[in-house]
Design a protein around this ligand. Structure first.
Ligand code: ADP
Ligand code: F6P
Length: 320
């Protein structure tokens, strides 16, 4: 029987993590289960940095970005010795199950703890939308809103100056944030790990848009870690009739108050996590698949190929 549930947020923070903490806390308390917040991801387990969460401790956080509990990366958590120390601290605190909100690295940590006897449930919390067991992750919709708001602004100034705006968005080798932004903003080009990158082709396309289609501006959305966007912007100025300007949206994509979609997602997923733990299930992760809240073993989720985005790339091409 579960008496005390721990909750932590791990990896890069994402808007909606607070809504997940609130949901886990309120649902558990309403079931007569105590809740402990763990500070700074797995680091808090190692340092024994815990905080009892009553219902008022999670008031006024539903609409706030970031994470009330703090987040961190703890590479040493892969070591068994460190995991054993964490288990000891959890047992001392009376924590007998744990909800981990984070990305696939955090899921691996949750699986390791489950195998060592503490049931854990993973919730997908990352702006990257790169978790295989879920169509959407907590934080993606809010980051997308931020991207769209900013690219809309860039379009205003680009079209006044016959410019090509090259906008780098995050995603950690997943193209979703770039693709969804490109479709939502009517971009002229999208470059992601899935599309591949050929500089000459990009310049050729921009020349065509400027000289043949007579576009007075162009927006290029590009995923991070593909190329140096400042260098690309200079080449655009040199080799096309657009003047190129680069914008790296950076960490503003991680902040801001969560959208209602992310609040709903986090609240629904938090509920599912507590229900699973109360049924004695561990080592699972929660997802949303075709708008249904689902769960599956973490191992299975990690091995699943990601759903194809071909139809969305095709849509992008048909809209240009
Ligand atoms: P994310 O969870 O967003 O993918 P990371 O990959 O940085 O972010 O993982 C977050 C944390 O999860 C790491 O700092 C580490 O503490 C833990 N972690 C990552 N990979 C593993 C692993 N293979 N085994 C155990 N814990 C891991
Ligand atoms: O995983 C979220 C994310 O924002 C990625 O999109 C990005 O690559 C990375 O984290 C940035 O990490 P950091 O916050 O350590 O700079």
């Amino acid at each position: 029987m579960v008496r005390k549930i721990g909750v932590l947020t791990s990896g890069g923070d994402a808007p909606g993590m607070n809504a997940a903490i609130r949901s886990v806390t309120r649902i558990a308390l309403n079931n007569g289960v105590e809740v402990v917040g763990v500070h700074n991801g797995y680091r808090g387990l190692l340092e024994g940095s815990f905080e009892a969460l009553g219902r008022h401790a999670v008031s006024d956080i539903l609409d706030r970005g970031g994470t009330k509990l703090g987040s961190a990366r703890l590479p040493e958590f892969k070591e068994e010795e460190i995991q054993d120390k964490c288990i000891k601290n959890m047992r001392r605190e009376g924590i007998d199950a744990l909800v981990v909100v984070g990305g696939d690295g955090s899921y691996r940590g949750a699986l390791a703890l489950t195998r060592k006897g503490i049931n854990c449930i993973g919730l997908p919390g990352t702006i990257d939308n790169d978790i295989p067991g879920s169509d959407f992750t907590i934080g993606f919709d809010t980051a997308l809103r931020t991207c769209v708001e900013n690219v809309d602004k860039l379009r205003d100034t680009s079209s006044s100056h016959h410019r090509c705006s090259i906008v780098e968005v995050m995603g950690n080798r997943c193209g979703d944030l770039a693709l969804y932004t490109a479709i939502s903003c009517g971009a002229e080009l999208v470059i992601t790990p899935e599309t591949g990158y050929d500089e000459l082709e990009v310049l050729e396309r921009l020349r065509y848009l400027s000289d043949a289609v007579k576009k007075n501006h162009a927006i290029v959305i590009i995923s991070e870690k593909i190329c140096d966007v400042e260098a690309l912007a200079k080449k655009v100025s040199l080799h096309t009739n657009f003047s190129g300007r680069a914008t790296v949206l950076g960490h503003i994509q991680r902040g801001g108050c969560p959208t209602p979609t992310d609040r709903m997602l986090a609240s629904r997923m938090g509920e599912k996590a507590v229900d699973l733990l109360m049924e004695g299930i561990g080592g699972h992760c929660v997802g949303i698949i075709e708008n249904q809240i689902t769960s599956m073993p973490i191992q299975e989720a990690l091995e699943r190929p990601r759903a194809s985005r071909k139809h969305l790339y095709r849509l992008f091409d048909r809209l240009v």
